[in-house]
Design a protein around this ligand. Structure first.
Ligand code: HSE
Length: 418
């Protein structure tokens, strides 16, 4: 098959767009050139020739010379319009807009089927780590038992700075913004929204699950306190914001994004600062660990570059888990073992717990460790209100069937068995 010459229309010249422009200049072998770049603000100073830029999207979308649109803007609705118009106009598309892709997956899937064109988005999850294509191509549905990942660089950077270098939250966030890791609205990072958007995308390539991010249980690091890190440390753990998916005994998948205690032997323990990491547990291969920069200009541009390279031989996602297997569905019926810290017992719904196996109620900041059904977290808000912070314990998922045995063992360990 002959390699296709890529004539690119680029939307966005921010952290990622400019990174791509520079990276392409250093990769002549790719035979890809940017014909035009569409930006929002015409008068901003740019490090590229003025005639490259336009503010008129149609100059790219309707230009017959352009066969590929690369979209790296951070306005999700505008990005959706650009991507859908480009595909309808017969152009292949590369995107890094995780929010847009996660929120519009069903429409984007139909449009790809309708047009038969490539729509690639490796940069939308874990930046430099090639996780989308790996999940899509390498792992068979039945053999993929579990995935555990750090998918947001900014929150990992903030937690590292706060707990290893004793830098305050506002200062750590400011650094993440200055280094170009954070979203332009950093609440998306801090509250876990960016991570859950990425998780929604990866669940599709891993398990064929098409779930709007609003249907996935998540929270961010907004309520994590210094005292939580101290308790974790005392027990030999770090706290990280972790996205997780695990196949349950009933064949459904438990999936969520929540802070979690990470033990010294776990690969994710070594993921610090803006790095991301993905641990895959699959049949026969056991554990595999992918590690790399999850945010920033060049690491993200490198994923776009790899998609462009794949476009030269007309690569498309086949969505094998969705179309060629029996796709999995999300489970809402399992239990989680959690650590909760809070300022007052009245903020805690004690009746939601199956059992509480440890509690410390004297200090100003109180905490407990207990097991509750996931429905309480999915349908109630008390666990993330009034500064209450929730952190999952290691191996937090308890299948319904295990419950009685696990309860007996935990209570024995806590010395409170009857
Ligand atoms: N704000 C995102 C992060 C950028 O921190 O991971 C990369 O998607």
């Amino acid at each position: 098959m002959e390699n296709k010459k890529l004539k690119i229309g680029l939307f966005g010249f921010g952290v990622v767009g400019e990174g791509l422009y520079r990276v392409l200049a250093q990769t002549p072998s790719l035979e890809a050139s940017i014909v035009k770049c569409c930006i929002r603000q015409a008068n901003k100073k740019r490090n590229a020739p003025a005639d490259l830029f336009t503010t008129d999207a149609n100059e790219l979308l309707n230009n017959p010379e352009i066969n590929t649109i690369v979209e790296v803007i951070d306005d999700a609705e505008a990005a959706f319009h650009i991507v859908t118009t480009a595909l309808r106009n017969g152009k292949a598309v590369v995107s890094a807009s995780k929010k847009m892709i996660a929120e519009h997956l069903p429409e984007l899937l139909s449009l790809q089927q309708e047009t038969g064109l490539s729509f690639l988005y490796e940069a939308a999850a874990c930046a430099s780590i090639p996780v989308v294509r790996n999940l899509e191509e390498y792992y068979d549905n039945d053999l993929l038992h579990a995935i555990k990942a750090i998918v947001n660089g900014s929150t990992n950077f903030i937690l590292t700075k706060m707990f290893e270098e004793q830098i305050g939250f506002p200062e750590a966030l400011l650094q993440a913004q200055q280094l170009g890791f954070a979203e332009s609205n950093p609440t998306l990072d801090v509250n876990g929204l960016d991570a859950v958007n990425k998780w929604s995308i990866l669940l599709n390539h891993a398990y064929g699950i098409v779930a709007h991010p609003r249907r996935i249980l998540f929270t961010g690091i907004q309520n994590i306190q210094g005292s939580d890190a101290a308790v974790a440390k005392e027990k030999g753990f770090d706290i990280k914001l972790v996205a997780q998916a695990k196949k349950l005994k009933n064949g459904k998948v438990a999936a969520f994004v929540l802070p979690q205690w990470i033990g010294a032997q776990e690969p994710l323990r070594f993921v610090r600062n803006e790095y991301n990491g993905v641990v895959i547990e699959s049949g026969f291969a056991d554990q595999q660990f992918f590690y790399g920069k999850g945010a920033g200009s060049f690491p993200t541009a490198s994923a776009v570059l790899s998609d462009l390279s794949a476009l030269r031989y007309q690569y498309k996602y086949e969505y094998k888990k969705l179309y060629r297997h029996q796709p999995h569905t999300l489970s809402q019926d399992y239990y989680l073992r959690v650590y909760l810290s809070f300022s007052d017992w009245k903020n805690i719904s004690r009746e939601s717990f199956e059992w509480i196996e440890e509690w410390h109620a004297q200090a100003e900041r109180k905490y407990l460790v207990g097991v509750l059904h996931v429905s309480h977290l999915l349908h109630e808000d008390w666990w993330q209100e009034n500064g209450t912070s929730l952190v999952l314990t290691p191996d937090p998922i308890i299948d319904d069937l295990d419950l009685v045995q696990v309860k007996k063992k935990s209570l024995e360990l806590a010395g409170i068995a009857d």
